[in-house]
Design a protein around this ligand. Structure first.
Ligand code: XUL
Ligand code: CO
Length: 442
């Protein structure tokens, strides 16, 4: 079947010295690193919404990416042409996973029943395509933000009818994710937040959101879905305040509703920076809390304050992010989903391939550099030296809970304390990391 991607051969690994622009220079999928193949550590996924559904429009101009499935015609037939192109792109990139929203793969209908019928028609079609392709589903999700009915939120909407619509939609998206063998189900709170507190009963809305998530977790167990349920934090955009602000806020929300052992997080790089954090900060936070689920890979523009969703190109940041992923025990059932889009001037099919090749290689190179850092051990040694006091008998006793505040006072006076300042060694650490990261890990 011909598609806009048929002209491209499958991208192959050719090593760092290759000058073929459409080759992987770092992503040697079967290479064993830290005891496992690179492709199993990274579990790359293509995002259907950016790579197939995006039109290139922005607030100042219309579509620039004229794709064959975007013209006039029968909406289901066009969705099938889009799906054919999607699987052709997966073939070209040779990546193991993809992700979708319901609205990316199937057209909306006039009613809820018609919308769900369209959706299941397309899930059948994807199932058929997956039977002859190796690409698997990393996660499915529901688009509960684009249609005007969601303008004041989905589960947090002041109108319970929108809650009903959203719950029915998520139930169907979870059924489809299970049917297609998905590893995760994601909830990004598109418009779960507010534009102004002046018209918002925040306490009421958070109760609605907690109830909604509880329903999702109950349904997961009811149908025996073995994937992870993931919340994707974001602090703002499209609303001025999103309730799932960052990893720490999401953890507080999960604790409040008793869901901290049921739900993990899908961390997106550009969402982290919008929250005033780094990507690695959010990963380290989730790792420390035991809720790291999956990653949405992209980058923002340091000069712009919104979610530009560009493909990543910063080796330092990605290496430190991968370092914290490894320290957290890896991505498990999660993966690295390219929630990234080409710029609106990059409208040719080869732009889409170049974008993914660069992103894949950056992540693979960063993972190799992080693994090298860990195997080399010098950085970890500096860190453990800094905290060595806490490994001593006295340090362990302080954390064990056996000493009260007044017992600690007695101990402090008896020991004749005289703590000495010690260097934080930031520049020495930065130099050590720079030597390690920018020296090719082949
Ligand atoms: C929006 C975003 C979404 C989620 C899935 O900023 O990241 O695409 O990843 O709904
Ligand atoms: Co995302």
């Amino acid at each position: 079947m011909n598609s806009i991607f048929s002209q491209f051969n499958t991208v192959k690994y050719e090593g760092p010295t290759s000058d073929n622009a459409l080759a992987y220079r770092w992503y040697d999928a079967d290479r064993i690193v830290l005891g496992k193949a690179l492709k199993e550590h990274l579990r790359f996924a293509v995002a259907y919404w950016h790579s197939l559904a995006m039109t290139g429009s922005d607030p100042f101009g219309g579509s620039t990416l004229a794709r064959p499935w975007m013209g006039a015609g029968d909406p289901i037939e066009l969705a099938k042409i889009k799906a054919d192109a999607a699987f052709d792109l997966f073939r070209v990139l040779d990546l193991p996973f993809f992700c979708w929203h319901d609205a990316d793969i199937a057209p909306n209908g006039e009613t809820l029943a018609e919308t769900l019928k369209n959706f299941h028609t397309m899930v059948d079609y994807l199932e058929q395509k997956m039977s002859s392709h190796s690409t698997r589903l990393l996660w499915g999700t529901a688009n509960l933000f684009s249609h005007p009915r969601f303008m004041a939120g989905a589960s947090t909407n002041p109108d319970p009818e929108v809650f009903l619509w959203s719950a029915a939609t998520v139930k169907n998206c979870m059924d489809a994710t299970k049917r297609l063998g998905g590893s995760n189900y994601v909830l990004w709170g598109g418009r779960e937040g507010y534009e102004t507190l002046l018209n918002t009963d925040m306490k009421q809305e958070l109760e609605q959101m907690g109830r909604f998530l509880t329903l999702v977790v109950e349904y997961k167990h009811k149908i025996g879905f073995e994937g992870q349920i993931l919340i994707e934090p974001k602090p703002k955009e499209p609303t001025s305040h999103q309730y799932d602000f960052d990893v720490a806020t999401v953890y507080g929300f999960l604790k409040r509703f008793g869901l901290e052992n049921e739900v993990r997080v899908n961390i997106e790089a550009n969402h982290a920076t919008l929250a005033g954090h780094s990507f690695e900060h959010e990963i380290a936070t989730a790792g420390g809390l035991g809720i790291l689920g999956s990653l949405d890979i992209n980058r923002g523009d340091a000069l712009l304050g919104w979610d530009t969703d560009q493909f990543p190109n910063d080796l330092w940041t990605m290496t430190m992010s991968m370092y914290h992923v490894i320290k957290a025990g890896g991505l498990g059932q999660g993966g690295c989903n390219f929630d990234a889009k080409v710029r609106r001037q990059s409208f040719t099919p080869d732009d889409m391939v170049h974008a993914h090749v660069g992103g894949v290689d950056l992540c693979a190179r960063a993972f190799l550099a992080a693994a090298k850092l860990i195997e080399d051990g010098k950085y970890d040694a500096l860190l453990s030296e800094r905290y060595a006091g806490w490994k001593s008998e006295r340090g362990a006793k302080l954390l064990s809970g056996e000493l009260s505040l007044d017992a600690i006072e007695t101990l402090a006076l008896k020991d004749e304390l005289n703590p000495q300042p010690r260097s934080g060694r930031q520049e020495a650490i930065e130099n050590l990391l720079a030597r390690s990261i920018y020296t090719d890990a082949v």
